[in-house]
Design a protein around this ligand. Structure first.
Ligand code: NAD
Ligand code: UD1
Length: 339
C-alpha cells in the first residue's frame, strides 16, 4: 500500500486531507508538533473513516526525529502542511516564521533526500503572486513580492524546491497555491480551530454567529468591486483536500516541479459571504463597516484551469456548502476541539 507522510496533519487542512487519503486507500503517517492543533482532530479522522493512521508527535526542524520516521516507516511520498500561518504574527516575529517555514521545510527535504524519498506536495499560497499581477492569477505569471513575511516564507520555499528539482531530476514536487480555504467536513466533526482572536473572515464570522464575539467588522466598503467590499476566491476545504490526493497521484507518475492554483475561479465579496451565510443558515450576523485593513487587495481569484487539465481536479462544492459546513462545525463545537 502507498504510504504518505503528512506533516502538520493534525491541523485544519491536514486533518481534512487525512480523511481523503484514508478514504482513497492510502496509509497515513502524521508528524505534527501540535503547536496549533490537537490529537483530538486525528481521533475524529479515524472515527470518520473507520481507519487507523499513525501519529508521531515531533517537529520538522528535528533532523533526528525525521530520520527516525523515514527509517521506521516506508514512506512513498510526503504532503507538507507543517508551518506557521498567521499573517499579522509573521510581521511581529519574522524570525520564528523563517525558522518554522523555511528552515523547517529545508530540514524536511534534506531528510527526504537522505531517505531517498523524492515525491512532495507543498502547501503554498496565492500570496506568492504578490500585488502586481491582475486576477485571475495564472501559474504562468511571474511570482511577485508578497506583502507580508508569512507570504515571503512561502515564496522562498517554492524557489528552494524549484532549484532542488532543477538540479536533481529525481525530485517530483507539487506546489499547490491555495486561495481562501473555508468550510469543514460535512459531518461537523473536524474543522478550523484558531487560537485566540481569528484574523481570517470565516472563523471570525462563525464566532460572531455562535455568540463568542459581538459583531463582524467588514474591512472597507469603498473598494472598486461590485459592492465595494473585497473579493476573494473561497474554496471548500474538502475540495482542497481532494486536490492533494490527485496531486499525490500525479507526483507518483511524474518528475520535476510544477505549480497548480487551487481555487474555484469565482470572486465572492465579503458582503456576499455575510449575506449568504445569513440566508443559508438562518442566523443574523451583527456587523459594521470598518476602515480598510492594511495590505488587503481589492480582488483576487484563481484561474484554476491548469489543475483541471493536469490533475483532473475542479471544485465541486458550492458557496452554500462552504457556509453551511462552516456553521455546522462551529455550532457543534462552539469552542473548537476544547468543547
Ligand atoms: P494549521 O495551523 O491548522 O496546521 C498546521 C499544522 O502544522 C498544525 O497542526 C501545527 O501544529 C503543525 N506545525 C506547525 N509547525 C510545525 C513544526 N515545526 N513541526 C511539526 N508540525 C508543525 O494550518 P492550516 O490552515 O491547516 O494550513 C496548513 C498549511 O497550508 C500551512 O503550511 C499554511 O501556511 C498553508 N496555507 C494555509 C492557508 C489557509 O488559509 N488556512 C492558505 C494558504 C496556505
Ligand atoms: C489572508 C492572507 C493570505 C493567507 C490567508 C489565509 C493577507 C494579505 N493574506 O488572506 O496570505 O493565505 O489569509 O490565512 O493577509 N475581513 C473582514 N473582516 C474580518 C476579517 C477579514 O472584512 O474580520 C475581510 C478582509 O479584509 C479580506 C477578506 O475578508 O478582504 C478575507 O480576509 P482573510 O480571511 O483574512 O483572508 P485574506 O486576507 O484574503
Amino acid at each position: 500500500m502507498t504510504r504518505i507522510l503528512v506533516t502538520g496533519g493534525a491541523g485544519y487542512i491536514g486533518s481534512h486531507t487525512c480523511v481523503e487519503l484514508l478514504n482513497a486507500g492510502y496509509d497515513v503517517v502524521v508528524l505534527d508538533n501540535l503547536s496549533n492543533s490537537s490529537v483530538e482532530a486525528l481521533q475524529r479522522v479515524e472515527a470518520l473513516t473507520a481507519k487507523k493512521l499513525t501519529f508521531i508527535e515531533g517537529d520538522i526542524r528535528d533532523a533526528a526525529c525525521l530520520d527516525q520516521v523515514f527509517a521506521s516507516h516506508l514512506i512513498d511520498a510526503v504532503i507538507h502542511f507543517a508551518g506557521l500561518k498567521a499573517v499579522g504574527e509573521s510581521q511581529q516575529i519574522p524570525l520564528a516564521y523563517f525558522e518554522n517555514n523555511v528552515t523547517g521545510s529545508l530540514s524536511l527535504v534534506q531528510a527526504m533526500q537522505r531517505a531517498g524519498v523524492y515525491r512532495l506536495v507543498f502547501s503554498s499560497s496565492a500570496t506568492v503572486y504578490g500585488e502586481m499581477n491582475p486576477s485571475p492569477y495564472q501559474e504562468t505569471m511571474p511570482t511577485g513580492m508578497p506583502s507580508n513575511n508569512y507570504g515571503y516564507t512561502k515564496l522562498v520555499v517554492e524557489q528552494m524546491l524549484e532549484k532542488a528539482a532543477l538540479a536533481d531530476e529525481k525530485w517530483s514536487i507539487a506546489l499547490l497555491r491555495y486561495f481562501n480555504p473555508v468550510g469543514a467536513h460535512q459531518s461537523g466533526q473536524i474543522g478550523e480551530d484558531p487560537q485566540g482572536i481569528p484574523n481570517n473572515l470565516m472563523p471570525y464570522l462563525t464566532q460572531v454567529a455562535v455568540g463568542r464575539r459581538p459583531l463582524l467588522s467588514i474591512f472597507g466598503n469603498d473598494y472598486p468591486t461590485q459592492d465595494g467590499t473585497c473579493e476573494r476566491d473561497f474554496i471548500h476545504v474538502v475540495d482542497l483536500a481532494k486536490a492533494h490526493v490527485l496531486a499525490i497521484q500525479n507526483r507518483l507518475n511524474n518528475v520535476g516541479c510544477r505549480a497548480w492554483n487551487i481555487g474555484t475561479g469565482n470572486a465572492i465579496s465579503v458582503q456576499q459571504i455575510k449575506d449568504t451565510f445569513e440566508q443559508v443558515n438562518g442566523v443574523e450576523i451583527p456587523f459594521e463597516y470598518a476602515p480598510r485593513r492594511a495590505g488587503d487587495l481589492a480582488s483576487f481569484y484563481a484561474d484554476p484551469s491548469r489543475a483541471q487539465q493536469e490533475l483532473g481536479w475542479h471544485a465541486e462544492l458550492t458557496l452554500e456548502d462552504m457556509l453551511r459546513d462552516s456553521w455546522n462545525w462551529q455550532k457543534q463545537n462552539p469552542k473548537g476541539y476544547q468543547s
